[in-house]
Design a protein around this ligand. Structure first.
Ligand SMILES: Cc1cc2nc3c(=O)[nH]c(=O)nc-3n(C[C@H](O)[C@H](O)[C@H](O)COP(=O)(O)O)c2cc1C
Length: 158
């Protein structure tokens, strides 16, 4: 019953995923569970975020941070009261969400409550890794996608 109520809440995922579309795969699973729309930061009008009950911010990790287009958008969004957000990412090295720190702080300073975070490994051919066939080949894999689904199911209860 509670799940039915929460699933009717309006959710949006703002995603920047370019290296191998790794984070996009995770976003698609989360969006399926939450019945959320997915937009790039460039497609979002900062004012429209007021319409949503839950906003997910996701990207690959680039230089130990979410993509700068996500940060640039968050810099422009208005202060909110009582809005929920989640952060999700894929990265070469799984760092228990430590690469979310800057974005987390920024969102909290705008008034968002970060109700959960998700990270898993993603295929990486950055820099010299391309000479070795890359690292984390096949990630996110079925297990990662399953974890993303569980993460999203859990959000319905929050
Ligand atoms: C320019 C660049 C910088 C990266 N920096 C990091 C990093 O600091 N830490 C890390 O764990 N992975 C790093 N990676 C690997 C990506 O986070 C990883 O491949 C991610 O899954 C890419 O997501 P995407 O396909 O959604 O863009 C980097 C990749 C690129 C291309």
């Amino acid at each position: 019953m509670k799940e039915d109520v929460m699933s009717k809440k309006k959710s949006l995922l703002i995603v920047f995923s370019y290296h191998h579309k790794n984070t996009e795969k995770i976003a698609n699973v989360i969006a399926g569970v939450l019945e959320a729309q997915i937009k790039t930061p460039q497609q979002v009008n900062p004012e429209e975020l007021q319409e949503y009950d839950l906003i997910g911010f996701g990207s690959g990790i680039y230089s130990e941070n979410l993509h700068k287009s996500i940060h640039e958008l968050v810099d422009k969004i208005p202060q909110v009261i009582n809005k929920k957000a989640v952060i999700f990412s894929t990265s070469a090295i799984a760092e228990k969400n430590s690469n979310h720190k800057k974005l987390r702080k920024k969102l909290q300073s705008k008034g968002y409550e970060i109700i959960d975070e998700f990270n898993c490994r993603g295929f990486n051919t950055n820099s010299f890794m391309k000479f070795f066939g890359g690292m984390n080949k096949g990630r996110p894999n079925d297990k990662d996608l399953k974890h993303a689904e569980e993460f999203a199911q859990n959000l319905l209860k929050k």
